[in-house]
Design a protein around this ligand. Structure first.
Ligand SMILES: Cc1cc2nc3c(=O)[nH]c(=O)nc-3n(C[C@H](O)[C@H](O)[C@H](O)COP(=O)(O)OP(=O)(O)OC[C@H]3O[C@@H](n4cnc5c(N)ncnc54)[C@H](O)[C@@H]3O)c2cc1C
Length: 418
């Protein structure tokens, strides 16, 4: 079942699942479970694995199996969630529901640096606050959001044509930026907040305690103990803007590809102590190949997800629009980013899944647990007919996809979620 009709059917009865991935217009409930999805309100409601109570599925042998969350003994539910179609086809699910939120409060804050912003986020979550939405944009991403919102609102009154690959940036400027990524990333880093403006945190609290929690959050973020990193409250405006465009931002890739560029996103995560190494490590690794910006969303008391958006093309003067040259840059960027994520003690995916393209790196991240999963795969799917090559790569099953890293660049993208 598609995401929007599912949530609408709950809303008509006064309930909500609390799950709103940016892909809600084009993704399914089964896909959310299969790929361990995270919605925009994960701060309050958790990821999909925190919501599911019971699953029905059909294994590779044709057996229909019902798995329930349990209070004793092992449960199959956590194994099936995130199995990306390699163990069974998920056919039915029961979820924990919430009364649809009647009260919401919005607040946005600006910070002198991204690092200062995530220190504020960490404090909120470790103080026991659970904002439904908490998203921190680095200075460049925040600048685009500010400009893009203005432009989108102006252009919405006239026409709905997408003329620029990235909101607020002309195509030629973007081509220049991505054609010299090392230089451009260094310039952007050097300019910092002076030219681009501050990093920006948007917060939404929901439920009975929304106002009180927003007040506590404000006290925490403006506290002098945050020192030079303390946040400045800038009102509700940026949150209202974000809310209006919350599902629009991800669908702006077509003009990028039409301009012989590519763009993509990678979402990694770690505990708070490893987060600075993860952020700077992945940014640096990506930055040698592509133009990169980031925001942080999906925070927890113990850590956070970082979402890098990047755009690239072969270096100016080397390859132009030759697809092979483009693939090489794309693959090199992905390899570098995933390796840097593992080296920093992070995970290679937070909610977009592993698929085929990240499977070889999952082994390095997870080590021995791959063997246990391969054994499980043989029980659920002895003939290896369910999504061969996903998650565990070639382990014991026939592989039909293209080898990494080229698979990611092929147009199919089957099994590799975004
Ligand atoms: C524009 C855009 C924005 C996105 N934003 C988010 C976001 O905010 N949060 C997020 O979590 N993800 C996001 N994604 C990624 C993707 O939408 C999610 O991972 C989603 O959970 C996958 O659902 P889907 O229906 O698209 O699954 P698909 O991509 O169709 O499938 C994903 C994998 O699961 C398997 N699968 C699908 N259905 C079943 C089933 N019923 N039983 C067993 N296996 C199955 C498929 O074979 C495949 O291996 C985004 C993607 C796009 C394109």
């Amino acid at each position: 079942m598609m995401g929007v009709p599912f949530e609408e059917s709950l809303e008509r009865r006064g309930f909500s699942l609390g799950h709103f991935p940016s892909s809600i217009l084009c993704s399914t409930v089964g896909g959310w479970l299969a790929a361990r999805s995270a919605g925009q309100c994960s701060g309050r409601y958790g990821k999909i694995e925190d919501m599911v109570l019971e699953l029905e599925c059909v294994t590779g042998t044709g057996e229909v199996l019902v798995a329930k969350t349990r209070s004793t003994g092992p449960s199959l539910v956590p194994l099936l969630v995130g199995s990306e179609g390699t163990l069974a086809v998920l056919t039915r699910a029961s979820f924990r529901l919430h009364e649809a939120a009647k009260l919401r409060t919005f607040a946005a804050y600006e910070f002198g640096s991204t690092d200062a912003g995530w220190e504020g986020m960490r404090r909120l979550f470790q103080a026991g606050l659970r904002p439904a939405v908490s998203r921190l944009y680095d200075p460049f991403d925040a600048m685009l959001a500010r400009q893009g919102s203005v432009k989108r609102e102006a252009s919405a009154k006239t026409a709905q044509t997408a003329t620029s690959p990235v909101p607020g940036l002309g195509a030629s400027l973007l081509r220049t930026l991505v054609g010299q990524p090392t230089l451009m990333n260094a310039i952007i880093d050097g300019l910092g907040t002076r030219l681009m403006g501050p990093a920006q945190l948007v917060l939404i609290f929901e439920g009975e305690r929304a106002r009180a929690d927003a007040e506590t959050a404000r006290n925490l973020l403006e506290a002098s103990s945050l020192g030079a990193g303390r946040g400045s409250y800038v009102g509700e405006g940026p949150v209202q803007k974000w809310l209006r465009h919350r599902y629009a931002v991800s669908y702006r890739q077509a003009p990028v590809f039409m301009a012989d560029l590519f763009s993509d996103t990678i979402e990694v995560a770690s505990t708070w102590d490893a987060l600075p190494g993860l952020y700077h490590g992945v940014r640096k690794a990506l930055g040698r190949h592509v133009f990169v910006m980031a925001h942080l969303s999906h925070a927890y008391p113990d850590g956070c997800c970082i979402y890098f958006s990047f755009a690239g093309r072969p270096e100016i003067g080397s390859g132009g629009s030759d697809p092979e040259a483009i693939y090489r840059v794309y693959d090199a960027a992905w390899q570098a980013a995933l390796t840097a994520a593992i080296d920093a003690g992070g995970t290679i995916a937070h909610h977009h899944g592993v698929g085929r393209s990240k499977a070889p790196l999952l082994e390095r991240e997870q080590g021995a647990s791959r063997e246990a999963f391969t054994a499980l795969k043989r029980v659920f799917d002895p003939a290896g007919i369910l999504n061969p090559g996903n998650l565990v790569g070639d382990a014991g099953v026939q592989r039909t996809g293209h080898p990494y890293p080229h698979a990611a660049a092929e147009s199919t993208r089957e099994g590799s979620t975004r």
